[in-house]
Design a protein around this ligand. Structure first.
Ligand code: RUB
Length: 314
């Protein structure tokens, strides 16, 4: 099995998960495909598009996956095998480095939005949100973190352990206790899988309920998101697909005869409920999402995604 298939399987099984990690893993898979390619130069581009097609539909919601494919394939160029391969390896490594730096920078920038002595609530397991919380913790701004266990895959367990291992006081709660605890919270920080051009944020299922509860209690709601989570597709009217996973992650259907079990794993939080999005370029209002997407993707003459999709359909 080639590197792209191995990574695709891991993403599907959620061994690799979280939008940022998925993006970096996809870029790394393209790099490894380029390095292991042993055919003629004339077949290199097609080989790379086929590898990208294998990765494309592994998780439909996080645009980081598609933006990582775009980033690398847009930079593929050269007259011979060596230069073609180099261009892919360089672009993939650049994406990975820039992505890691973005998470770090978001932490530094976002920590300024956490008032001293804050109780911070977070949901799921987001490296960008954790970066904000840990930077704020190092600056003595965080008194405690309340985190949700995040049913059904329990990514909140990872968040709780990560924060506790750094000495942060953590209280873990069930997802449905969010409103009960909101009166103790000073600020909510979550990550994003996709930011749409209208400023809506798509993140782990339950995020929009937390935003509603925060809004009701007048608690600021912050999103930490690298700019490769912004979706160019949404600018031309595409809706973000919400992944619906196997119902057996929720409960065994055999134990519930006659019952339909559903498992959507992301939801959309409207921009009205978001106070700010912290990106590596700075803190923006969700209403600026359109401008960011235009700035980042406006000059994209040809979207490599259309070509990847052609290979995915064959
Ligand atoms: C993960 C999730 C995270 C975002 C952002 O969902 O919703 O909040 O991906 O994470 P899943 P990060 O576990 O289903 O992939 O900031 O690490 O990119």
């Amino acid at each position: 099995m080639g590197p792209a298939r191995v990574v695709a399987e891991k993403i599907r099984r959620m061994e690799i998960r979280g939008a940022g990690r998925i993006g970096r893993a996809v870029a790394g898979a393209l790099r490894d495909e380029a390095l292991s390619y042993a055919g003629p130069a004339s077949g290199f581009e097609e080989h790379m598009y086929r590898a990208a097609a294998v990765l494309l539909d592994t998780r439909p919601t996080a645009v980081s996956l598609r933006n990582a494919l775009r980033y690398v394939l847009m930079r593929m160029q050269g007259d011979d095998l060596e230069s073609l391969r180099d261009s892919v390896v360089r672009a993939a490594e650049e994406f990975i480095r820039v992505s890691r730096e973005a998470v770090e920078r978001i932490g530094r920038i976002g920590s300024g939005r956490i008032p001293k002595g804050s109780v911070v609530m977070t949901h799921c397991n987001s490296q960008a949100a954790i970066s904000v919380i840990l930077h704020a913790w190092e600056q003595g701004r965080v008194e405690m973190v309340i985190n949700t266990e995040t049913r059904p895959a329990f990514q909140g367990h990872i968040t709780a352990r990560t924060l506790a291992s750094k000495g942060v006081p953590v209280t873990m709660i069930i997802d449905s206790a969010v409103r009960y605890f909101m009166k103790e919270v000073d600020v909510v920080v979550v990550g994003a899988d996709t930011v749409a051009s209208n400023g809506a944020v798509i993140n782990k299922i339950g995020t929009s309920q937390i935003a509603l509860a925060a809004n009701e209690a007048r608690v600021p709601f912050l999103v930490a998101a690298e700019t490769y989570k912004f979706s160019p597709e949404t600018m031309i009217g595409k809706l973000v697909e919400i992944e619906e996973r196997d119902p057996r992650e929720v409960a065994n259907p055999e134990d519930f005869p006659g019952v339909r079990i559903r498992n959507p794993v992301f939801d959309a939080t409207p921009p009205e409920y978001i106070d700010a999005i912290v990106t590596e370029m700075g803190v923006i209002s969700p209403h600026m999402a359109y401008d960011i997407i235009k700035e980042l993707f406006g000059s994209m003459h040809q979207d490599p995604l259309a070509k990847i999709q052609r290979f995915a359909n064959h």
